[in-house]
Design a protein around this ligand. Structure first.
Ligand SMILES: Cc1ncc(COP(=O)(O)O)c(C=O)c1O
Length: 377
């Protein structure tokens, strides 16, 4: 039986990548050159924003964004614990203190009510995360941000291609940072994009991604990083972004089928999709509750026996992870929704070129353990 992977990058045709990269290759200008500029232009147009700064990854982009804000050591960043480790790693590399808050039970996005409870005189930023590709409640978060004068730094790693109230993600808050790693809907193989409407921030980030170089290229005027994007990565990113609609639409069609099938599994649920926003379709996770016909481990075992990959995601929640438990932090409340989501969610195979046959095989395997019928037999 052929393996069904949990995720596979849908890459542009190789000859198109070669064609897009050729001029840079021949000129020897292979990093931060013409293709990177073209890609940034395209990203600005796609996200309907003023500035796009291409970097080596979402993590380096987030590290640079906090660094550019010039925050003092120990200042607090409010973030969800139901997220990927990199959300907090970017905070910790800046010697800032994470403040973990709960997520909403339905969308699993950061709960604005909990954010309000977490605000303190030390709060320097709020970091909403685009969970599985679905934007958080940006309106409510922007209201809190404006009222308290605390910038939003969005970890939108999974969110390129999503929309909120008719607007593409990217333009919300002070900045949003996308990932272009191979597990993302729109990939550059590796890379990230910092999107902002703030010209001063963008200018600073352009210098900071290249060590912090000043105008003469010798005197460092900021403490930056080596976080450039190469021309080759930009070529892949640009071609992928040109194909964004197909990449997102095909995933959303597959997700719709998964959701239809999941509706027949007692005790299971799926991420809530409010009408005012749309997901990029980065991940599909099934939430397998205590009343389901099988527990999550049994479902994983069944899938594995059928040569189908799956992943507990996000598990464990960040505030419980070994590396971060011992570092300075604050936790607001008991995070019941985070613990529930982390205990129940199972990410299933999903990629833009996944076939209906592959999806059918995953659903059949799930049906053998999760339907009422399977309970009886
Ligand atoms: C929520 C979230 N934040 C950050 C990252 C890190 O992205 P990158 O690998 O581009 O640094 C990821 C990657 O999967 C992610 O899912």
């Amino acid at each position: 039986m052929e393996l069904i992977p949990i995720i596979r990058p849908t890459l542009p045709p190789l000859e198109k990548i070669v064609e897009a990269f050729q001029e840079s290759y021949e000129s020897g200008s292979v990093t931060l050159g013409r293709v990177v500029s073209r890609f940034e232009r395209l990203a600005r147009a796609y996200t309907e924003t003023r500035h796009a700064v291409a970097v080596s990854s979402c993590t380096s982009g987030l590290i640079l964004a906090y660094a550019a804000m010039g925050l003092s050591e120990g200042a607090e960043v409010i973030l969800p614990s139901f997220t990927f480790a990199a959300t907090v790693q970017a905070v910790l590399w800046n010697r800032l203190t994470p403040v973990y808050v709960d997520c909403l039970p339905g969308t699993m996005a950061i709960d604005p009510g909990e954010v309000l409870k977490a605000v303190s005189p030390r709060t320097a930023a709020i970091c909403p995360v685009t969970i599985f590709g679905l934007p958080p409640d940006f309106d409510e978060l922007e209201r809190i941000s404006e009222k308290h004068g605390i910038p939003l730094v969005g970890d939108s790693a999974q969110g390129l291609g999503a929309r909120y109230k008719g607007r593409p993600t990217g333009g919300f808050g002070f900045c949003e940072v996308f990932s272009l790693s191979p597990t993302k809907v729109i990939t550059a193989i590796e890379g990230g994009l910092i999107i902002t409407n703030d010209g001063d921030l963008a200018k600073k980030l352009v210098a900071m991604r290249d060590y912090g170089k000043g105008p003469d290229g010798e005197d460092m005027v900021f403490n930056g990083l080596s976080a450039r994007m190469s021309e080759l990565h930009a070529a892949v990113g640009m071609l992928s972004l040109e194909n964004a609609k197909n990449l997102v639409d095909s995933r959303m069609r597959l997700i719709a089928k998964y959701r239809e099938v999941a509706a027949h599994f007692p005790g299971c649920r799926v991420q809530e999709f409010p009408e005012d926003r749309s997901s990029s379709g980065n991940y599909f996770t099934l939430l397998i509750g205590h009343n389901a016909r099988a527990n999550r481990d049994a479902v994983r075992t069944k899938l594995k026996a059928n040569n189908i990959e799956s992943k507990r995601y996000f598990h464990p929640p960040v505030h419980c992870q070994t590396a971060f438990k011992g570092l300075p932090h604050r936790i607001v409340g008991d995070l019941p929704n985070t613990l529930a989501a982390s205990g129940e969610s199972l990410a299933l195979p999903l990629f833009s070129h996944m076939t209906e046959g592959q999806l059918g095989r995953v659903c059949e395997a799930l049906e053998t353990v999760l339907t009422s019928k399977s309970f009886v037999t």
